[in-house]
Design a protein around this ligand. Structure first.
Ligand SMILES: C[S@@+](CC[C@H](N)C(=O)[O-])C[C@H]1O[C@@H](n2cnc3c(N)ncnc32)[C@H](O)[C@@H]1O
Length: 273
């Protein structure tokens, strides 16, 4: 079983940033940018329904990668700022914003440094799918969210359900990792296939943290936000991970689950006015 490793945060952060710099051009080819540019609905229905109407609202998108979700929010009428610590991803987001004629602001910053790199307060703080495993400190993360929220504004997250990370990624549904948080990251070394384009192999190590549901809830509550809902989904309107397949009811989930399991969770929390 892979064990957490004690590594300086700078090594983990710089390693992860190099990984995301390397993967950005691969994802530009494999995420379905052409479908987005052709005007297809991009955000899953569950996100659109739960976030609600964003027309005219200022929206800060944390860990925006190369900005597809950010630009989808521009299409929905929000005034969007996207943030990511990968300079390659931020550059790609700016190019895509011009190409799609969907104006947005993109800022290159580590989340934890964001209060030093960005001014202003926002109506909505948004982040989604594949975000928390890259973060070493959820309490500090939630403080950053509160810092950037206007009074009365809300935070929304959809991310992989923490239970999902305890299973192997080969579809065997074997437990391979503990469910609970460990302060040290899991270091994934050696040749790894990219999750979007499995024909692309990378040797860049990644440093990832496991967080339990209670860690997420307590971080958000501890930062002074009022939780409005916490939902768990076993299937979604869209395959947010490439391995997902359509069930009989048309919703997408992972194949061969031994029993119905949660795939993603969502949470909405408000900063009191
Ligand atoms: C899976 S992607 C984002 C999810 C998004 N839904 C997507 O798939 O396009 C994770 C992103 O987190 C960013 N990231 C990881 N750690 C970060 C940090 N400490 N500060 C800012 N961005 C970070 C990476 O650069 C990457 O673009």
């Amino acid at each position: 079983m892979i064990k957490p490793q004690k590594v300086p945060y700078e090594q983990a952060r710089d390693g992860n940033r190099a990984f995301w710099d390397e993967l950005t051009p691969v994802h530009l080819r494999s995420y379905g940018v052409e479908r987005f540019l052709a005007g297809e609905r991009w955000l899953p229905q569950e996100i659109l329904q739960e976030v609600g109407d964003v027309t005219g609202l200022s929206l800060l998108h944390l860990q925006c990668h190369f900005g597809l979700d950010s630009l989808a929010w521009v299409r929905q009428g929000a005034v969007v700022t996207g943030v990511d610590f990968s300079p390659t991803a931020i550059e790609a987001a700016q190019v895509l914003s011009h190409k799609a004629d969907l104006p947005a602001t993109f800022v290159c910053s580590d989340i934890y440094d964001l209060p030093n790199n960005l001014e202003g307060r926002f109506d909505v703080l948004f982040t989604s799918v594949g975000v928390l495993c890259w973060l070493k400190d959820l309490e500090a993360w939630a403080q950053v969210i509160t810092h950037f929220l206007k009074p009365g504004g809300f935070f929304y997250i959809m991310d992989a359900h923490p239970l999902l990370y305890t299973f192997d990624d080969e579809g065997q549904w074997r437990f391979i990792l503990p469910y609970f948080h460990n302060p040290e990251p899991y270091v994934w070394e050696g040749e790894n296939a990219d999750y979007m384009d499995t024909s692309y192999k990378t040797n860049a190590p990644t440093y990832e943290w496991q967080w339990a549901v209670s860690d997420v809830l307590n971080a958000v509550i501890g930062a002074g936000l009022r939780v409005e809902f916490f939902n768990e989904y076993g299937a979604l309107s869209d395959p947010v991970y490439p391995e997902m397949v359509a069930r009989e009811d048309g919703l997408y989930t992972f194949p061969n689950m031994p029993v119905p399991l949660p795939v993603v969770f969502t949470l909405k929390a408000r900063k009191d006015a």
